[in-house]
Design a protein. Structure first.
Length: 144
């Protein structure tokens, strides 16, 4: 069995990492800006963005996608750094939307913002390792 992914399979995982990175980054921005936007969201008809249910669903989606994409990335390139970045990020996200949410809005916002940034960084790192892993050295390459 060939350990390198087929071209369509590689495109799927690349897209999964890009979606995950974007979702995690948007989550971090959402969480950092939410305390400032809570008064404005109802005026824009977007009050659901400030709700706990939306945030928990978004974190569940981002966490599932991150674990799925990063574990498969590890299987391809065998580098643990993306997982090492993602695991504390996921822990911060989950703790932030469960326990810290009832404790303090500032603690909650800091935890989920940092968690989202760590998960986004993990996806970007995974994409980089995939690109380096898939690089084939040829005569045009300085390392070839």
């Amino acid at each position: 069995m060939d350990p390198t992914p087929t071209q369509p399979n590689a495109r799927f995982w690349n897209l999964a990492d890009r979606v995950g990175a974007t979702a995690s980054f948007l989550c971090a921005i959402h969480c950092a800006a939410l305390p400032f936007l809570l008064a404005v969201l109802p005026l824009l008809g977007l009050s659901f963005l400030g709700g706990r249910a939306f945030e928990r669903c978004f974190v569940l989606f981002a966490s599932s996608l991150a674990l799925f994409a990063l574990v498969n990335g590890y299987r391809r390139h065998h580098r643990a750094l993306p997982l090492r970045l993602a695991l504390p990020g996921l822990a911060l996200l989950i703790l932030g939307v469960t326990f810290a949410e009832n404790y303090s809005i500032v603690v909650h916002s800091v935890m989920v913002t940092c968690g989202g940034l760590l998960v986004a960084t993990a996806h970007f790192t995974n994409l980089r390792f995939d690109r380096l892993h898939g690089h084939v050295h040829g005569p045009q390459c300085a390392h070839g």
